[in-house]
Structures are given as C-alpha cells and as structure tokens.
Design a protein around this ligand. Structure first.
Ligand SMILES: *Cc1c(COP(=O)(O)O)cnc(C)c1O
Length: 736
C-alpha cells in the first residue's frame, strides 16, 4: 500500500477498458457540446418564476422511476396490495406522513432566504435547475459512488465530470495515443466538500514526499526488487544518480512526476510485477509504519519536522488536515499576506530559504484561489516561479491550489471547449472580465499539482459536491488502500477507492453532470453567471465606497484598496470622483459603453466576488473615531441587525450579511496596519478587526424590472448603521 501500483497509463487502461465494457451495452452519456445561453432559464428565480417548468420536470423523474420499477421483471409479485392500501394502519400512516410533511414544510420556511436579492451574506444563492434535477432524479436510484457495483450509471458520470472540471481549471486531457506515449494525464473526482478535497491534497503530498525513502529501503533489502537495484533518478539539480545511493535530503527533494513514474518504471524497465512491488513496499511505507516508526527508521538525520505553507487567509480545513495526517498544525506555517490580502511572496521566499538552509523538508505550498473571507487570489504565478528557483537549489515541493471558492471563476476566461462549431447566433454577451492580475493567475493554474474546487459553491450545485483534481493522475494512487477490482474479465471503471470517503451520493455526480451539460464551464456558460456576479460585486463595491455623504456621521471602508491606492502618488480622491460620476448610479449599458469606466471597473474591488468592508463613525467634532474597540463594536452592532436570530420569522429581515474578524496573527502586520490606517484607527493596539462580508453570487441585482437593487441595499445599510450608532454611543455621534 501507499504505492502507485500502476504507471498512470496502466491505471487509465483500466478505466478505459471499463468504459468500453460499459459502452458495449449502450450509449455512454457525453459531456461536451455547446450547452445553452439563457441565465434566466438556469435558475428557479427569486420569485420562483420557473416553478412550473421545475415542477413538471421533477414529476417526470418520479414517473420515470415508476416505469423503471414496473418494467423490471413485470411478472414479479407485490406486497403492497390495494387491500393493504385500504387498511386502517395504512391510512393512518399516510395521514401521519402528510401531517408530518406539512409541519416539516412549514418549519423549513425558517431557513435562510438565499435566493433573495436581500441576502448578501455567505456563499449561497440559487441552485441551477439542472443541478436540482440531476440530484433529484439520481437520488431516486440511490447510487453509491464508493464502488462501481453500487453506481453502475453515476460512476460513469463522475468520470466525465472529473475530466470536465480538469479542463475548466486548465489541465488538458491528452488523447489516448499521447497517453500511450507517456503524456501525463490529469484526473478529478467528486468529494463531499472542499475540506475533504484539501485533506486529500495534503495527504497525497505527504505520501509523495516520503515515497522515495521507502522505495530506497525496499530496493536495499528486498530480494524481489533486486533486479532494479541500479535504477537511476534525476536529482532536483538535473544530475542523474542511482536511487539507492542518495542521501535522505536528496530523496526528500526528487521531482514529483519522477517519483510517480518509479513504480511504472520498475515494471516496464525491470519486469517486476506490480504485486511484488506492493508486497515489498508494505514493509517500509509510511501508510503502514505510521509516522513514529517511519521517522525513527528514515528521518533520524532530518533535524526539524517537515512543514507546509499556507497564506494567512487559509481555510480551516488546512489545520484539520495537518492534525489528521500527523503533520501537526504547528507545522502548517501561515505566510503573512500583503495589503491586498494575497500571500506575500517575499515572506514565502524567506521561509523557503530558511528551509533550504536548515534542511527542513517542505511538503507543499498552498496558494488560495479566492480566499473565503475576501476572495483574494494568491500570486500562484510567482509561487510557481519560486519553485523553479528552489528546485535548482535542491529544494522540491508540490503546489496545491485551493480553489474551493474561486475555481469555477476559471470559466470566465476559458474559451468554449468541446464545441462542434462556433455558434454565431448565440454568441455570449461580454462578461465582466477578471482583472489583469487575476487573469494571469488563472492562465497558469494548470501548473499546480492539485486543485480543490467546490461545485456546491460557485458551481451553484446542491450540497454535497466538492472536487479534487490532480495534474498527474498517479497522485491518486498514493492515497488508496485497494486495487481496482477486475470483474467478469473486464476492468471496472473505478473512482470511489481514491480518497478519504466511503459511501457517497452518486446523485451529486449526476447533479454536476447535468448542470455542466446545460451550462458549460467556460465563457458562454458558467462564465456568464460568474461574470455577471462579478459585475454585481464590483458595483456594490463602488456603491459602498461612495455611500457616506459629507453629512453622514460615518465612513465606509471596503477591504479591497482602490487601484489608485496601490500606486503611490496617484490621486485617490480623483479616482473616487470618477467612480461616483461614471459608475455609481449608471446603468450597466451606460458603463459598458464607457470605455474608461469599464476599464477601471475591471480593476476595481476584490479579486473575485466576496467583499469585506467595515464602517467607522465620526465624533461630534467631525473627525473619524480612532478607537478600534469602538469601531469593532459598531460593526458588530450592524451585523446584529443584519443577521438572523434563531427562531425568528425571516420575513422581518430586510438585509442579511455575514461577518468575520481579521487577526494580525494570521494576516500579518502589513495587511492589518494598512487596513487600520484606512479605517482611521491606526493608533489602536487591538490586533483584530471586525468586518462585514458579502458574497455576491446574484447576477441580477444591478438589473431588475425596477432598476438597480443596489438602491434598496444602500438604504438598508444606512438604516442599520444609524440604528447601530444610536445603540452604541448616542453621544459620540453627531446630532441627526
Ligand atoms: C469553503 C472553502 C473550503 C472548504 O470547503 P467546504 O466545501 O466548505 O468543506 C476550503 N477552502 C476555501 C478557500 C473555501 O472557501
């Protein structure tokens, strides 16, 4: 175990054989073609405008399920006879069901109204209709994607969806001929969520790091591997040497693709059967020995524990991964972020330099592609460049991109793929492009070794649907404990054996499948939804930026800086005036027709569509309050008004947002001090800033039948701020 049993081409031969075996019996569904274009047809809608269509299609799934059941051995007997259906117990049970159902339906109305334009809180909006239908229809069949035999249809869908996600993210799928010639094949699968995907990514990175140590020991000691004793590898520096001669540090710094190719080479070049490799490795692998014994045997000359790096904005799943994998959360190192909440490359470089000097192994560097609180995108292009630099110095690590939130945003710039011919009639309208910086990061995303992406976030698909994609599919073999089963002479297509989970809903794969089929994960599909949501978010940013009038007793400071603030000496006030005149209050069409406005809008606001912001108040003399504790109290008081209290009737809420605290322990001084300065509280020592946060997923808030809904949102914000000011310090605010 802990062994890439196959070279990747052998691994995929199994999947291919499985798909072929399956296709003998009929059509395999496809996931390509041009999809559709109308956003308005993709969602139930804030007023359930598409309820009739959805109802008809849901009923069709139930009817179709009934036909399927009746046609399976139609002559088989039944137990639920008409007579039983008339029995008192039966009737009583049905009555109780209806009663319980009615009360559940009533209770569910206490849920959060994600669909509403007034909901600007967490990562939630409407679900795609194909996502709902795919889930609902497949759920009636209750497939379990843990193994093919429990999911003979939905495993196939998961394989298709895995490839589609890879293509969206920038991993290209080689042809069968290219794979036979050694091209690296990516692979993706559906997980329950982004947390599990991140844990799997760190798990595989950890196992990859230690694999060469175990293999060297097996080569030295196991007679069954004797033929391959002289096998050579390229060192990080380019030199070629026998694996058996390498010292611990060199073994810990081999290139990932070279390590992943080793098992296949043992089979191909030295004719050692895969079973023999597995057998030999079982005595040395980390998975079998456990960290304590493995370290005792192999890491005694490594002075410090291996580590991995994350930005200060990282999601909580990484400390969990570190703890679960025995790495230890204190060996997960926060890299401070810059004033844009993006990982500071100079700090990362310094840390890596220290690791090199101290011979401290690095598992991986995590770049977050859309942080949870502010949708900041780490400079993965520079992380990749740093890896090249350190590779040449003999320090190797993998790069994991956490795109749980932001991975789908790749569709905004992804040219439509798999289209039979370009479709002039249905040309997509211009979506709000991502900023130049963000576009550059997406252009190189395909060089990351693994990428987490959550269909249940920016894919607008029902929970639970996360995903992990590997650039090199052989990575998946590092985290499996069982070999693909060969049945009936044909290999079975397998996906469920790779990773953390056991049973998992095939319905989730069906939901992603149908959604991607109708809404392609490229410019003309998901790119349109997300492009419009980015537009909404940028306009909300502009609106909040310009919201406070001179006579208002407060200021609003969005976390994202203005483009002018990022460039020394440029005129900030002039830029704000431009935004006031040419963006706020203008219709979308007016902005799109204004080249200067659209150019600025592109660079404006957060990297993606999550906006963090805070309010501060003015003292009676008109100056801005300088006490951060009071500022935090104000924002908490605003949040109290704009969030749902347990049990309360949700009809009474006019605007809902979320909140978070930004702490200098994670974010670092540079970011925190810069934001404090902009809030006017730089003299306060408090290390934690409370902000409000809005994830803007709604593509329609700027274009309703009654104009821009931002007018309503601004009014609601103003009301909440005045009420909060009244509550926290009536004396300190000006009379109004
Ligand atoms: C949401 C999120 C996760 C975790 O995903 P879940 O699906 O909630 O488990 C990980 N990373 C980032 C950046 C996220 O936004």
């Amino acid at each position: 175990m802990n062994i890439p049993r196959d070279s990747q081409s052998q691994g995929f031969e199994k999947t291919r054989q499985g798909m072929r075996a399956f296709s003998k019996f009929g059509e395999i569904p496809r996931l390509d073609g041009k999809g559709t274009r109308a956003l308005e047809a993709w969602f139930l809608g804030p007023k359930a405008e598409n309820a009739d269509e959805l109802e008809r299609l849901v009923v069709e799934a139930i009817r179709d399920q009934a036909f399927w059941r009746r046609n399976f051995h139609p002559g088989d007997p039944t137990h639920i006879s008409e007579e039983i259906k008339r029995s008192p117990e039966y009737l009583q049970a049905m009555d109780a069901l209806k009663e319980g159902y009615a009360s559940l339906l009533a209770f569910l109305k206490k849920s959060v109204p994600f669909f509403s334009m007034r909901y600007q809180g967490h990562m939630n909006w409407d679900l795609t209709i194909p996502g709902i239908l795919g889930y609902f229809a497949a759920m009636l069949y209750n497939p379990n994607n843990v193994a093919f035999e429990g999911s003979t249809a939905t495993t196939i869908l998961e394989i298709l969806v895995g490839d589609d996600l890879c293509k969206m993210l920038g991993y290209s799928i080689p042809t069968e001929a290219e794979i036979d010639n050694g091209a690296i094949r990516p692979w993706g699968h559906i997980t329950c969520d982004g947390t599990v995907a991140n844990i799997e990514a760190i798990w595989s990175a950890r196992n990859l790091k230690f694999y060469p140590l175990a293999l060297q020991a097996a080569l030295k000691n196991e007679a069954s591997l004797a033929a391959a004793k002289d096998i050579t590898v390229s060192l990080a520096t380019g030199e070629i040497a026998p694996l058996i001669k390498l010292d611990t540090w060199s073994l810990l710094n081999l290139k990932g693709d070279d390590i992943l190719a080793l098992p296949g080479r043992l089979t191909k070049e030295y004719q050692i059967p895969r079973e023999a490799i597995a057998q030999a490795m079982s005595k040395y692998s980390l998975q079998n020995l456990g960290i304590q014994e493995f370290s005792r045997q192999f890491l005694s000359d490594i002075p410090k524990s291996p580590i991995f790096f994350v930005p200060g904005t990282k999601h909580y799943s990484f400390p969990k991964a570190a703890a679960l994998l025995g790495i230890g959360a204190s060996n997960m190192i926060d890299v401070p972020v810059d004033t844009n909440a993006r990982m500071s490359i100079s700090h990362l470089e310094k840390f890596l330099q220290d690791c090199l000097a101290e011979h401290r192994p690095v598992y991986t560097v995590v770049a977050v592609i859309g942080s949870t609180e502010e949708s900041a995108i780490d400079p993965i292009k520079e992380v990749l460049a740093l890896r090249e630099k350190f590779r040449s110095l003999g320090l190797e690590f993998t790069i994991h991109a956490d795109g749980a939130w932001g991975g789908y945003h790749a569709s905004v710039i992804r040219e439509d793929f798999d289209m039979p011919e370009p479709d002039a009639f249905l040309a997509p309208p211009p979506a709000m492009p991502l900023s130049r910086y963000v576009t550059e990061q997406f252009n190189v995303l395909g060089h990351a070794d693994s990428i987490t992406v959550d269909p249940h976030k920016s894919g607008y698909i029902p929970y639970p649907a996360g995903a992990l994609c590997y650039r090199n599919s052989a990575m998946r073999d590092l985290v499996t404990f069982s070999a693909p089963v060969v049945f009936h002479g044909d290999a079975e297509p397998t996906v469920g054996i790779y990773g953390v989970e056991g049973s998992k809903p095939g319905a989730a794969a069906a939901a992603v499948y149908l959604s991607h089929r109708v809404i392609r994960p490229s410019k003309s599909g998901y790119g349109k939804i997300i492009g419009a949501a980015l537009f909404s978010c940028k306009k909300l940013y502009a609106r909040l930026l310009c919201m406070a009038r001179p006579e208002d007793p407060f200021i609003v400071v969005p976390v994202p800086q203005l483009p002018a603030e990022k460039i020394a000496l440029s005129d900030i006030n002039q830029q704000i005036q431009f935004i006031r005149d040419r963006i706020v209050g203008k219709t979308n069409d007016e902005i799109i027709a204004d080249h200067e406005a659209i150019a600025l809008l592109r660079e404006l606001g957060p990297d993606q569509n999550i906006l963090a912001y805070a309010f501060n108040f003015k003292t009676p003399s008109g100056t801005v309050n300088t006490d951060l504790a009071l500022t935090n109290r104000l924002n908490k008081a605003i949040y109290d008004r704009l969030s749902i209290n347990p049990g309360e009737d949700i009809y009474g809420y006019d605007l809902i947002v979320s909140t978070t605290d930004l702490h200098s322990d994670q974010y670092g001084k540079v970011f925190i001090e810069n934001y404090k300065h902009r809030l006017g509280v730089s003299s306060s020592a408090d290390p934690s800033i409370t902000v409000l946060r809005s994830v803007v997923m709604d593509p329609w808030i700027t274009e309703t039948t009654k104009g821009s809904f931002l007018d309503v949102l601004e009014d609601e914000f103003r009301k909440a701020v005045y009420a909060a000011l009244e509550e926290i310090s009536p004396i300190q605010t000006r009379g109004y």
